[in-house]
Design a protein around this ligand. Sequence first.
Ligand code: GTP
Ligand code: MG
Length: 501
Amino acid sequence: MAARNFWNAPDPDDPLARALQPPIDETPEERAARIRQMEEAQRVSREIDEEIAIARRAYDRRKRAIKILLLGQAESGKSTTLKNFQLQFSPQHFAKERAAWKTIIQLNLIRCVKRLLDVLQEEYESSLQTTTPASIAKGKGVAGRTPTTVGVRFSTSPLNDHHRRIRMRLSALLPVEEELMRKLLPESAGGPAARNDVCVRAGSGWKGVLAALSANTSTLDVPQPPQPPPLVSALKGGSTSRPGTANSQARDKDNPTAVLAACKDDIVALWEDKVVQAVLKKQNVRLQDMPGFFLNDAARVAAVNYEPTDDDIVRARVRTLGVEEHHFTMESGALPGTEWYIYDVGGSRSVRQHWIPYFDDVQAIIFLAPLAFNLTLDEDPKVNRLEDSIMLWREVCQNALLAKTTLILFLNKMDILQATLAAGIRVVKYVPSYGDQPNDVQHVTKYFRDKFRGYHKRLSPKPRPFYWHETSVIDTRSTAAILVGVREGILRAHLQSVNVI
Ligand SMILES: Nc1nc2c(ncn2[C@@H]2O[C@H](COP(=O)(O)OP(=O)(O)OP(=O)(O)O)[C@@H](O)[C@H]2O)c(=O)[nH]1
Ligand SMILES: [Mg+2]
């Protein structure tokens, strides 16, 4: 019996094959249309196969890749650690994002100026006094300002009209800040998170938005600083209205570089003013400790031709909302070409539930714990920051999903601990169990490190080594050396776990 060609000759008994047979009376046009349809179906099918192959390759690559999760409370230094990683091991990628960071740094500077203006306004308001008949009778008043009418308000503040004029001119920065925040986080512009910090939502493509903005803003068109309105309105808290057309105002608020350049001399003058520094000291405000502090660099950052340095980018502050995945290929090191994924999460209490889905798929966790024994959480000022870090560390140590995960503790912000202890702030006041041990960096660090080590040992589902480093991740040089060691350690642990070494 002759062999039937399986593909070309359909089995006459197969109902599906019968159904797919072209009709006997098919016209040439119908035949052409049927063939076109078949070809289109084959093309779609090939496309789907290709997509599946790409997805499978990506899945295999990701499975082989090394995955690190950065954990810790808000402001503990997770995103700063990530930037150090990128700077150290993926410098080309880091350099590509420079334009986006420029706008963030400008925004950080504007925030610092705004905070400074708020402090000066508070000082001014708290120094307002009203004359009373009694004070006039006793000849009380302010030098050079003899009150003439009963009930006149006057200020005893050392801030004078010169400061108020600068303050009015700097109000031109406020619409710029609002506009940038609206672009970065449209859904919560003006909300509580956005008011306190520069926020971005993970996966929103904010770096692309900012890079485009930075490329589009003309730096040649520097507006003149606004002229102050009459002093009366300035004393009332001021209006932000400026001379110029509505069009020029709309254009200016889209151009942080130009507006900052116009305000540069005023920012520098206000920040370096001795009276202003004395007010800050009196009010016990240290703007230097603010996240994203750039006032000492104002002359550079507010310049028309400003380009951020690597250090500027590492110091820039953006609050992370959600979880950001960063994929990069090691450009150097023991195994160049190795793929790494680093997950950077938001650390404030309301977003911590988003961490859990990442727990079962990471080789290592870098846990950032600043030894901020004297500070409280922004989101809950009743909670001590260090207590919160220890509570989080305990949860991470005992989590069964993380039993095989390498935990690396960064006791971060050592520079701040040093400054805090040098300022005479005593640990025992906040942590009574510290007792009368010496109040120096070495003893304080050992005390808290032993606490973290103890929980790690007691709570880990099975024994695992305790890795820790004292870090100031804001300092790129000292961090680079630590990260090289961390990278090699994680790589070795990973290769061992897959039986390669
Ligand atoms: N002085 C000092 N500042 C640091 C250090 N590490 C981070 N910072 C600063 O602390 C602020 C917060 O750092 P981030 O890296 O943004 O903190 P985060 O953990 O990512 O915070 P969230 O995104 O809110 O969860 C930034 O202004 C950093 O520049 C450090 O070691 N020393
Ligand atoms: Mg962050």
